[in-house]
Design a protein around this ligand. Sequence first.
Ligand SMILES: [Zn+2]
Ligand SMILES: [Zn+2]
Length: 510
Amino acid sequence: MAAATGVALTLAPISFTRARADAAVTGAGTTGDGQETRVVTGRLETGAADFVYIPVRVPAGVQRIAVEYSYDRPAVPAGTPGNSCDVGIFDERGIELDGKGFRGWSGGFRTSFEISNGEATPGYLPGPIKPGTWHVVLGPYQVAPQGMNYTVQITLTYGPSGPAFTPDHPPKRAKGRGRAWYRGDGHLHTVHSDGRRTPAEVAAGARAAGLDFMVSTDHNTSSSHGVWGQYAGEDLLIITGEEITTRNGHWLALGLPAGEWIDWRYRSRDDVFGRFARKVRGAGGLVVPAHPYCPYVACQWKFGYDDADLVEVWNGPWTYDDESAVDTWDAMLGEAVRKGRRWIPAMGNSDAHSEPQVIGLPHNVVYADDLTTEAVMGGLRAGRSWIAESRTVQLAFTAGGDGRRADIGGTLTAPADAPIDVRLDVQGVPGGTVRFVTDEGQMHQESLPASGSGSVVWRTTTSLAAYVRAEVRHPMADGSPGKGNTMGPNLMWGPMAALTNPIFLRRSGS
Ligand SMILES: [Zn+2]
Ligand SMILES: [Zn+2]
């Protein structure tokens, strides 16, 4: 059933007439007689279905399916969305939500694609072209007031299928340093979705950024998973994932088993997100709402955080929407403490797509048992991590008192009035501003020297603070350190250089 969720429209099927016998006569490698093309035109109005399915009856004997599409872009007044339409394809196994039929998606990044047994356009899955009803899917996510006129051209090439594609999945382990802090970027794009970097370029960029691991998160497809093996190495753990791009926000599925694909065809109101979150978690992966306040169309997060394992509070170079994400996350920490509930750790990723976006700006520094997918996922899940703008930023953050010590993501239990010293040692942020934030807001602010290195110690108790976390900010544009506990028309702070997950402080006996 097409419309399992959301709004979907299925058009009349497109048929191809050629029988297998004819294909055998023309043979492989021929053109003209060996190909058949159909052109579909149509029009969508404002308020069109989220997904428009064009059934394509594929006969036996097809070795390649090729699709081209285009649509008009009438001029619209400033502030009114113009036409934009995504494309993808499902095979004879069907278009059911979370079904087996997914064969690729290129969003709005490409105007054509091809699939055969041995190869496919990036974003698409090579494999058998079996007879049955395939579906080209259009995703008109913005339709101009004048409507959208589209053309889809489908070409089948007949002949024997070539050798099968052999996936080259990355290993789940690299040469680590045992239990240690590992740096990694959990949100990266390639030519397999809307990035302009090849997988080779992304892996080289991760190495250049001094990262120990990276997660591949192309939009809505698993097609890159089968190529990462050759780019991984003893020095770089490559983890497979996906960025699920819905109409109500984006989320990262990190640590997906290679080849696993997660469906994106739902809105918040369909109430199926939890089902996909459980699928990811059940497979050992992590569910991470991405850039929750990104102002771009369909990017704002509307699924809530009940099913989130982490939240991406810092996405790419520091901007206003990141401030909002940190504020929301901080409020959730307070709520978790109050209700005695699970807390949700923060992470930060570059979301780099193309030059000049910087891979590793920012990235996570994770305390993991080893440099393996499982251990890195475990460290992130437990919040044993902090976020660094680059590898030049280093820090250590601890809380100690009553003869005990706790690190990032941990809990220090002590009597209500026992003094607790919270200590941050930091390097690499010249003139930076250190903020200690608790469930009562900013409780301490101190500037770093021009060298960028320093130690900040602040004393509290478990009765005064339920958690404490650290931020290190660059100076403001005018060179001043920024002022906490004030208000004004501008941001109070310079860009983030480092952000830690909290250390929890718990009163003994409570
Ligand atoms: Zn996104
Ligand atoms: Zn992204």
